[in-house]
Design a protein around this ligand. Structure first.
Ligand code: ADP
Length: 355
């Protein structure tokens, strides 16, 4: 049994090293959605050239006026399905079982497929469900050598307020506090224990449905809030007696688009400012990590404060930059790809932890 366990750990360690070899600790995967029927009927054209996609290259060529190349760790074309996307994220995701804190976030303009990638649909499930399913299955396989407690919280950050999406009654104001191990947590947040894989989709749907409550327009509301799933893993190694706890954040960020000037007033202005502030706070945290600054401004937004333990140090991060293929969206597409390229240049330092 011991031998089998160590063999497996060895295999996983090698896999981590492969994942680790890609430059820096923040990997960036770019995913482009297909042109929609409406876009096609409006005569919009695809401006994305995928010729180099198998090497992580993507070119935005807008009729010769703009031609810009970007390189990422992986480029997914509109033909790449949820299986292919998850397969590449999987080694990183499962490293949470080996004691790493992990963070995966989907960034991009509204309508580019952030929710499709993270949440997916019942028949075409995304990263969130697949992650829980795989963690659960590995936990089952390993149960004779390690016991894992898996639990999940689903929350939303809207206008700098945290809302518990699994709470059955409206919760009082939720704040971020350090726990006894010095990790951030949110006292009072519901933690749903995952004991049975059949419950997982239901729990995720409960969270997703709760986003709509109290908003007039579900799509608009979702595009202006960050939806955050936190998977807590408490492991006890039965062979060594060692206990570890780690967490994995799966984040569907608010839309990164800039507002049309005519839209900027009242409630929309407040929302836009909050989104801008938190997405720039994310950018600032990432740049401070890159320059190895002694002060990392995690506290400048709820989003970065929540992600603090999973962004930086020996944690592992993956960003999906989601883009539209349409010529109508070129300027937002370039802005997202520029941001993602900066993120990809970040090196966070070596990862060490091992159960
Ligand atoms: P966002 O969360 O970024 O606002 P959505 O996930 O809601 O975007 O996606 C917008 C629309 O595009 C949805 O109808 C979604 O089903 C569709 N879509 C996004 N990505 C893909 C994809 N890779 N393949 C097929 N349809 C997609």
């Amino acid at each position: 049994l011991k031998l089998k366990y160590y063999e497996e750990m060895d295999k996983r360690k090698k896999l981590h090293n492969i994942v680790q070899e890609t430059k820096g600790n923040i990997r960036v995967f770019c995913r482009c959605r297909p042109l929609s029927k409406d876009e096609v009927s409006l005569g919009q054209k695809c401006v994305v050239d995928f010729d180099g996609s198998s090497d992580g290259d993507i070119v935005i060529a807008n009729g010769g006026t703009t031609k810009k190349s970007f390189k990422f760790d992986r480029v997914f074309t509109p033909n790449d399905d949820q299986d292919i996307v998850y397969a590449d994220a999987s080694p990183l995701v499962t490293s949470v079982l080996d004691g790493y804190n992990v963070c995966i976030f989907a960034y991009g303009q509204t309508g580019t497929g952030k929710t499709f990638t993270m949440e997916g649909t019942e028949s075409n499930r995304g990263v969130n469900y697949r992650t829980l399913e795989e963690l659960f299955n590995i936990a089952e396989e390993r149960k004779e050598s390690v016991t894992y407690d898996l639990s999940v919280s689903v929350l939303e950050v809207y206008n700098e307020q945290i809302r518990d999406l699994l709470a059955t009654s409206p919760s009082k104001k939720l704040e971020i506090k350090p726990n006894s191990e010095g990790q951030n947590h949110v006292p009072g947040l519901v933690e749903a224990k995952i004991e049975n894989i059949n419950e997982v989709w239901k729990v995720l749907q409960t969270g997703s449905n709760a986003r709509a409550v109290g908003s007039n327009n579900v799509n608009e509301h979702s595009s202006r809030s960050h939806c955050m799933l936190c998977i807590m893993v408490r492991a006890k190694n039965l062979l060594t007696g060692e206990c570890t706890s780690s967490k994995l954040w799966l984040v569907d960020l608010a839309g990164s688009e800039r507002l049309a000037k005519t839209d900027v007033q009242g409630e929309r202005l407040k929302e836009a400012q909050n989104i801008n502030r938190s997405l720039s706070a994310l950018g600032d945290v990432i740049s401070s990590l890159a320059t190895k600054s002694s002060h990392i401004p995690y506290r400048n937004s709820k989003l970065t404060h929540l992600l603090q333990d999973s962004l930086g140090g020996d944690s592992k991060a993956l960003m999906f930059v989601q883009i539209s293929p349409s010529d109508n969206d070129v300027s937002e597409t370039l802005s997202s790809l520029n941001f993602a390229s900066r993120v990809r240049r970040i090196e966070l330092g070596p990862a060490k932890k091992q159960v």
